[in-house]
Design a protein around this ligand. Structure first.
Ligand SMILES: *Cc1c(COP(=O)(O)O)cnc(C)c1O
Length: 396
């Protein structure tokens, strides 16, 4: 199907009346997602949640099939969870770290990952070491190769950080890490829906992502992929009741696939919405979606570079759809607030969202614009004009 921007915008009620540039935060769901969620809630109200879940059985099973198709794995390798952070932690906390083992993380690290690694340092006596970056802020592969040894249990890799247009080289990191038997946990929260992601190609041991960002799914949804070979050796930190069988008064068995990381109770309507969001993306085309949103980001960056006082902070030749900038003499909060006053939805990233990278850049915050494939050139030009007005003090 050719990329049809008019149809996509007709499917996206949120584009009427806002200049929406916050898909890295929580994007606009298309109509099929709204329909999937609302119609299931209505069904629950009519027949009760258990019966409604039975009636949705095939469509519910289809959610994992759709995700599996999107990222190149089997449906049984997916656990449905309520957020990317939860997904990441379900895997991380199941790894039986031993004192003296090492965790390698990256300068693009995300707060919930970073603090849980620091907690593992406190509770398990592992070391947490940050892999240096190259001149663009990407994981430095030579430095990684030099750091790796047999004590490295896990490499925690954020592919696309929350606070810049950086893209980390997942597959290269996996190749190096696996030479030393280290696990690779891929934080793909800003990747899935934004970039093509394929776990069969990258070879990661586990991947976490969320519904509400680039996938345009509902809030409170996310998922974990675990390579079936890795799953076999990992028992979740907290066992769920349907994914663990209480087989005798003093015995239990955990599910033999990634569902062992799930809980029995969950937001069925939300997961059906997540499935609809994945199907929508597959209909748009992952490659087309990615190329379009990245072209939108390029147009934004090129325009920002022309605005006196504006500085773009995304480094590198291969950039994602996340565009970050500051305006000289203007507090980031007030830029975001002034833009919001003109119907622009965007966000900021603070130092506490990305300690390593923001420290390296000497910044306390950046304005973040994250265009999706549904944005138009004229919306981008409108935003650039508004930013230019804010920069020149015309709009204060
Ligand atoms: C948003 C984000 C997360 C956390 O996602 P939640 O669904 O809010 O838990 C993790 N990693 C990165 C890089 C993110 O941008």
């Amino acid at each position: 199907m050719p990329f049809d921007l008019d149809r996509i915008r007709a499917d996206t009620p949120g584009v009427m009346g806002t200049l929406f540039f916050d898909s890295a935060g929580s994007s606009l769901p298309p109509l099929p997602v709204l329909d999937a969620v609302i119609s299931h809630l209505r069904l629950e109200a009519q027949v009760g949640g258990y019966r409604a879940a039975e009636m949705a059985g095939d469509r519910f099973a289809g959610v994992k099939q759709s995700i599996a198709e999107l990222i190149g794995c089997a449906p049984n390798d997916i656990a449905l969870l309520d957020s990317a952070g939860r997904a990441w932690n379900e895997f991380f906390s199941a790894v039986p770290f031993q004192p003296g083992e090492r965790i390698l993380t990256c300068r693009a690290d995300y707060p919930s990952n970073a603090v849980n690694a620091l907690k593992a340092h406190k509770t398990h006596g592992v070391s947490v070491e940050v892999i240096p970056s190259d001149e663009f802020g990407r994981v430095d592969l030579d430095a990684l190769a030099a750091m790796l040894d047999d004590r490295v249990r896990l490499v925690s890799l954020v592919e696309v950080p929350t606070n810049s247009g950086l893209i980390n080289p997942v597959r290269d990191v996996v190749e190096l890490a696996h030479q030393h038997g280290a696990l690779v946990l891929h934080d793909a929260c800003q990747s899935v829906g934004q970039l093509p992601v394929n776990v069969a190609e990258s070879g990661v041991d586990a991947l976490s992502s969320t519904g509400r960002k680039w996938l345009r799914g509902p809030r409170g949804t996310g998922f974990l992929y675990v390579n079936p070979k890795t799953t076999a050796g990992l028992e979740p930190r907290v066992l769920g009741t349907s994914t663990t069988a209480w087989t005798s008064p003093d015995g239990y068995e955990v599910a033999n696939d990634a569902s062992r990381f799930e809980q029995w109770e969950g937001n069925i309507a939300g997961f059906l919405g997540l499935g609809a969001a994945v199907d929508y993306l597959l209909g748009v085309g992952v490659e087309e979606a990615s190329a379009t949103l990245r072209a939108n980001a390029r147009r934004l960056r090129a325009g920002l570079a022309q605005i006196p006082g504006a500085q773009v902070w995304d480094l590198g030749d291969e950039l994602s759809g996340i565009v970050t900038f500051t305006l000289a003499d203007k507090a980031v909060d007030s830029v975001v607030a002034e833009l919001a006053g003109h119907s622009v939805s965007c966000h900021f990233s603070r130092r506490t969202s990305a300690q390593h990278d923001m420290a390296a850049k000497g910044l306390s915050a950046v304005v973040r614009l994250s265009p999706h494939y549904f944005n138009t050139d004229s919306e981008i030009d409108d935003v650039l004009e508004l930013v230019a007005d804010v920069a020149s003090g015309l709009k204060s």
